[in-house]
Design a protein around this ligand. Structure first.
Ligand SMILES: Cc1ncc(COP(=O)(O)O)c(C=O)c1O
Length: 426
């Protein structure tokens, strides 16, 4: 099949939600994907943080084949063999008690918001409002867009879920000022993904937990992008010594099969009674069996330690580029969730395009100016070197005009480059 054929057909047949790159992907292997013209790309985005074990991992392929030949779907009217096993594994890792399985991230988040409301209803405490963060992203359903900061995702669909106040991320004083007894939950991504790879500070996470406790509210932690090993620990909240009341997961959980999860404690879970929440597809035998295989493979291949080590190496190499290229405003991240913020949205757009077209490396741009890297957990040091070397070259060619402007501005003002979130992290 040809790219031009697909492009023309989609333009006519699909609701135009996506601004796709001009590449028709056909198959993948490990950290690489291939297109319809035979080009090979190094995938440093993993389908936006999804294919953590890489493409066509033999253990995943084997499990899919096996389970597809046995039972793909049976509905939640019946038991299947895998939900409890997956729940046991995830809750053990998280230090939580119970799980609910959805199909996607946004559904997991929607469920978390419902749990927070149900908790307040059960306690009859009159709380109903949410605190969410500036630059947050929680998905595309109505509750998720209500708690998502960027206006373009929310405004066209208003009125959305009422009662959401936005707090300046990592600003403890703003959090304190906005926390009152109407708040049923505070919503945090420990490392914001779509918002530009912004890690929460330890002080902010601890303050959120303490204030939630003081006001009888829940701490909802969205680990849909940063969870399940992405930051080098199984859960990002584990970097902070803070235990949330509810955690949401999705993206890498079944290496590309649709599955999301909510984890919580016994004391919170008991406010949900049969019939209050549910799903047709969520937690089906195929996706749960594969998720078990993903977690087993992560253990077997010791991928958490690998993510930690490779992530540190990647950040160190990128910091060397930071010292060299004036257009880099900041390098930040945790594990293999890495952002390079540039001074200009136009340069960031061009760099992303050139990495794809001339270097055959897939990354993307988030929050306008941030280059986002979410490579698979199996990535090698050599592949990191290849990306850093290519980025160095692309930055030199794309950013020369931008650099000249920045250097001129710095010289004129005697100031330093803008460094959003500098000092954030753990
Ligand atoms: C932090 C976070 N929450 C929620 C979502 C929504 O997940 P999904 O696209 O699976 O609905 C995303 C997706 O990017 C995300 O990054």
């Amino acid at each position: 099949m040809k790219l031009t054929t697909v492009k023309a057909a989609e333009a006519k047949l699909l609701i135009q939600t996506y601004d796709r790159l001009p590449v028709l992907l056909t198959h993948g292997k490990g950290a690489h994907v291939f297109d319809s013209e035979g080009n090979k790309y190094l995938d440093f985005l993993s389908g936006i943080g999804v294919t953590a074990l890489g493409h066509a991992h033999p253990a995943v392929t084997k499990k899919i084949k096996e389970q597809a030949g046995k039972l793909i779907h049976c509905s939640n009217l019946f038991y299947n063999e895998y939900q409890w096993q997956l729940a046991e594994k995830l809750t053990k890792y998280a230090g939580m008690d119970r799980a609910f399985f959805s199909n996607s991230g946004t559904e997991a988040w929607e469920g978390a918001l419902k749990i927070a409301r149900a908790y307040a209803t059960e306690k009859k405490n009159g709380k109903w409002q949410f605190l969410a963060m500036e630059n947050s992203f929680h998905g595309r359903t109505m509750g998720a867009v209500a708690t998502t900061y960027t206006e373009k995702y929310r405004k066209p669909f208003e009125p959305v879920l009422p009662g959401v106040k936005f707090v300046k991320f990592n600003d403890v004083e703003d959090l304190k000022a906005k926390f009152d007894d109407t708040i049923c939950a505070v919503c945090i991504e420990p490392v914001q993904g779509e918002g530009g790879i912004n890690p929460a500070t330890v002080a902010f996470m601890k303050a959120a937990k303490a204030l939630a406790k003081k006001h009888g509210a829940l701490l909802l932690v969205d680990e849909i992008q940063c969870g399940l090993g992405r930051t080098g620990k199984m859960f990002a909240f584990q970097h902070y010594g803070v235990k949330p009341d509810v955690v949401t997961l999705a993206k890498p959980i079944a290496n590309g099969l649709p599955l999301g999860a909510i984890l919580t404690t016994n004391s919170v879970a008991k406010v949900i009674h049969p019939g209050m929440h549910g799903t047709t597809f969520g937690g089906g035998p195929l996706s749960c069996a594969v998720a078990m295989e993903v977690l087993d493979t992560m253990e077997r291949e010791k991928l958490l330690a690998h993510v930690q080590k490779t992530g540190e190496y990647f950040l160190a190499q990128l910091r060397k580029l930071d010292a060299k290229h004036a257009c880099i405003a900041d390098v930040r991240g945790a594990g293999l969730m890495v952002g390079v913020e540039l001074d200009s949205a136009d340069v960031a757009k061009e760099v992303t395009k050139q990495m794809l077209l001339s270097k055959k490396i897939i990354i993307n741009r988030t929050h306008e100016t941030t280059l986002r890297f979410l490579p698979p957990f199996i990535v090698t040091r050599q592949q990191v070197d290849q990306v850093v070397k290519s980025l160095d070259k692309v930055l030199s060619s794309c950013a020369s005009a931008g650099d000249a402007a920045v250097v001129a501005k710095k010289t004129a003002t005697g100031g330093h480059r803008r460094r959003l979130q500098k000092g954030a992290g753990h």
